[in-house]
Design a protein around this ligand. Structure first.
Ligand code: NAD
Length: 277
């Protein structure tokens, strides 16, 4: 892909899944990659995979919900590489599996702080650098849940709808300043978010929450979270399979590249045709 070699990119949530694949793809295209994650061990591992493959990577720890931490990440990127050409604001969590009335205020605040505010904190730090240098491209990770509702995942879906709206609005603000802002809306993808749900959050729901959610919700939950193993989830995907993280990474790189020079404010579903249904 043309136009990425020698550029600098920051990828959040790069310790795992889609973010790791994105960081590796940018590095393979010749970019200097700032690998950022709240999980330091995972982040270091991602950076090591890039260096082992001959690429350029620097791990910087970040909590995207914390403005000072994000500002530090961007400062380090610019001090180290001298510019910030691209950003993939991707870090996210998926914790609450409950009907809306069973979500606690703490759970609601946490998921919105990371999944929505975290995209805003990143763009707030990235945009001044990109504006100053006169160019830049940002890709935010939304979700299919940012395009349609999802029973049992209302807080996640609300945050991801927010990412879509934020992406459009910021794109309008910066369109005339040569900074493009787009998003991807992944469908089910083989990452820790999917497997983590199987092993963690569902089991941690109280009996009351599980009963409250009801059989229909549990069927939805199981279909969604066991996507890797449960063919019924795949049945919902017209392409009959769930995605590899690398299939997201290529689209992120494209949206940052000059090939996408006239695309801004767009949320691109990468979902095996799910959103066409
Ligand atoms: P993942 O769990 O493999 O990766 C998420 C990464 O984000 C982890 O490395 C985690 O440590 C990091 N992270 C979490 N909180 C953070 C914080 N506060 N600050 C910095 N880093 C933090 O999951 P993934 O599937 O690769 O998720 C990446 C993005 O893709 C998320 O925004 C997720 O909502 C979105 N998404 C995933 C799917 C899917 O099916 N996997 C579908 C749609 C959207």
């Amino acid at each position: 892909m043309e136009g990425i070699r020698g550029k600098t990119v920051v990828v959040t949530g790069a310790g795992s899944g889609i973010g790791r694949a994105s960081a590796q793809r940018f590095a393979a295209e010749g970019a200097n990659v700032v690998v950022s994650d709240i999980d330091e061990q995972a982040g270091h591992e991602s950076a090591a995979t890039i260096k082992d493959a001959g690429g350029d990577a620097l791990f910087v720890p970040v909590d995207v919900a914390d403005t000072a931490s994000v500002e530090h990440m961007i400062d380090v990127a610019v001090e180290t590489y001298g510019s910030l050409d691209f950003a993939h604001n991707n870090a996210g969590i998926l914790t609450d599996f409950a009907e809306t009335t069973n979500i606690t205020e703490g759970q609601w605040d946490r998921i919105l702080a990371i999944n929505l505010k975290g995209v805003w904190t990143c763009m707030k730090a990235e945009l001044p650098v990109m504006t100053e240098q006169g160019h830049g491209a940002i890709v935010n990770t939304a979700s299919e849940a940012g395009l349609v509702g999802m029973g049992g995942l209302s807080s996640y879906s609300a945050g991801k709808h927010g990412v879509v709206g934020l992406t459009k609005s910021v794109a309008l603000e910066y369109a005339s300043r040569d900074v493009r802002v787009n998003a991807i809306a992944p469908g089910p993808t083989k990452t820790n978010i999917q497997s983590g749900l199987i092993g963690g959050d569902l089991r941690s729901m109280s009996l009351r929450q599980r009963l409250g959610a009801g059989v229909r919700l549990l069927q939805t939950v199981i279909r969604t979270i066991r996507a890797e193993y449960d063919t019924s989830a795949i049945r919902d995907v017209p392409m009959d399979r769930i995605a590899d993280p690398e299939e997201m990474a290529g689209v992120v790189a494209f949206l940052c590249s000059p090939d996408a020079s006239y695309i801004t404010g767009h949320t691109l579903p990468v979902d095996g045709g799910q959103s066409a249904d």
